[in-house]
Design a protein. Structure first.
Length: 268
């Protein structure tokens, strides 16, 4: 029996997550694990990178249910993606941006990753017989995604969900641009420590960045060894801006989605 994981922007104060879990445990015996319910509301980019950073550590056969769904109840599709022996269920709004694209995943690190597939296989979820009867227009997480996940955990073939598609919706996301003396990337999130998380994966030169009136010209090996505001290569292998025991985000007034330029330090 595979594991079912949940990633949403629901929080835990409201009854939404509890209702989804109720449907799941009523319909299958698969273990249900929370990845997070603290994605910022409607933050598709943050959810996409969260998923990208954790997928490789989950075993083959895991079913990922991702519900960050500003367009719930509209004509947006629901999709299922099979990739690297794992299954992803989500609204077709870009939240599975990296799972839907060949070559966009980081190297597998899991000891039980399963065989790597040459490309993802994507299906439109249209089999309404799987949905809860008399479901609402505003809670597809409970009424559609949860029962579909349970059916898959019970052995339903992916092809029974609906027709294959080859045009999943991408995020309006621009990959980092690496130039000889300049890198332009995106702030993808702020963690709870105030570290500024970026999508920049490599530094071909000693960095300098001017953000407003602030210049950052040091890259530290760890958060604790820096003398003030610095760059750090974080656990996901991407560049972060950090301040020892303080919030870099508060100091620099950056937020998710902001563009960031990093330039090569010039020697006089």
């Amino acid at each position: 029996m595979p594991t079912i994981t949940l990633l949403t922007d629901f929080g835990t104060r409201d009854p939404y997550v509890a209702a989804m879990k109720g449907v799941l445990v009523s319909r299958c015996s698969a273990p249900v694990v929370d990845l997070s319910h603290e994605i910022a509301p409607f933050d598709l980019l943050g959810a996409a990178f969260f998923l990208r950073d954790v997928v490789a550590y989950w075993p083959a056969g895991t079913i990922f249910v991702v519900v960050v769904d500003p367009g719930v109840g509209t004509s947006r599709r629901m999709i299922a993606v099979a990739r690297d022996s794992r299954i992803f269920l989500a609204p077709d709004n870009g939240v599975l941006h990296f799972e839907c694209r060949t070559g966009s995943q980081p190297a597998q690190r899991s000891v039980d990753a399963g065989p790597a597939e040459s490309r993802p296989h994507t299906y439109s979820i249209e089999n309404s017989a799987l949905f809860l009867p008399n479901g609402s227009n505003t809670f597809h997480g409970r009424d559609r995604f949860a029962p579909v996940a349970a059916a898959l955990a019970n052995g339903l073939p992916l092809a029974d969900l609906g027709p294959p598609i080859d045009d999943p919706v991408p995020l309006p996301y621009v990959e980092p641009v690496y130039e000889e003396e300049r890198i332009t990337g995106t702030v993808i999130g702020i963690d709870r420590f105030g570290n500024i998380l970026t999508d920049i994966a490599r530094l071909p030169f000693p960095p300098c960045a001017r953000i407003g009136s602030t210049t950052i010209d040091q890259i530290a090996r760890t958060y604790g060894e820096a003398a003030g505001l610095c760059f750090v290569v974080g656990s996901a292998g991407r560049l972060e801006i950090a301040m020892p025991q303080a919030s870099a985000a508060d100091l620099l007034h950056l937020r998710a989605g902001d563009r960031l330029d990093i330039t090569k330090c010039r020697t006089e």
